[in-house]
Design a protein around this ligand. Sequence first.
Ligand code: FES
Length: 253
Amino acid sequence: MRALGEVYRVLSVSDPGAPEPQPGQFAMIAAAARWGGGEDERPYLPRAFSIARRAGEESQFLLEDVGPGTRRLCELKAGDELWALGPLGVGFTAPSQGRRAILVGGGVGIAPLAILQDALGVDTTTVLLGFRDAPRTAGAELLSGAHLASDDGSAGHHGPVTDLLAEELGRDAHAVVYACGPSGMLEAVRALCATRTVPAQLALEAGMACGYGACFGCAVPRRGGGYLRVCVDGPVIDAAELEHVDEHAGAVA
Ligand code: FES
């Protein structure tokens, strides 16, 4: 475990022999010990986390303490055991020939964009990241060459990261947008890309109980009717499949 500024932690999990993850895939994780409220209480469900990076035999995950499950994971020490199931779900698809990749992330949702940048290459990606405040902007170190935006003006552009995206698309709209972050940000990305007819792949997040298609706890409405299960139809969903991004389908801001 290493700190990334004051807010984020990078959890490295030794997982020799695990299948190589596709960028955008996720794993269900639980601490092996003290996962739940005590002997008389029901254990927590595992939590779904995007795989942020694969380094040798280690998988890395980006954590923010936002509740009892993530707090327990943030407490883990070297040598502690985890329960992990993954890689799961459908990840990102590489851009078609000639289109540049624009990676747009918000808050702890930047995680799957790191492994995507590893796969596509630093020189061929434009990275735009938005954070709430100064303590969180340290998260940008997870990727290379990021242009920053912040809600409080403490780093980079003062305003939403979609302002930066609008500028980029104004310069050259021959791009594919890859986004992950809070639902409001994802919806703004979806709407902007729809207006400019730019393809976009959105990594959604939803409350997940099973992670493999059995419980329907992660369903989001599909454009034209029906539902998509974020865990098996995603988490990366083509923006054209969505009328809008459901407010429960984003990373914690
Ligand atoms: Fe159970 Fe998606 S988390 S169906």
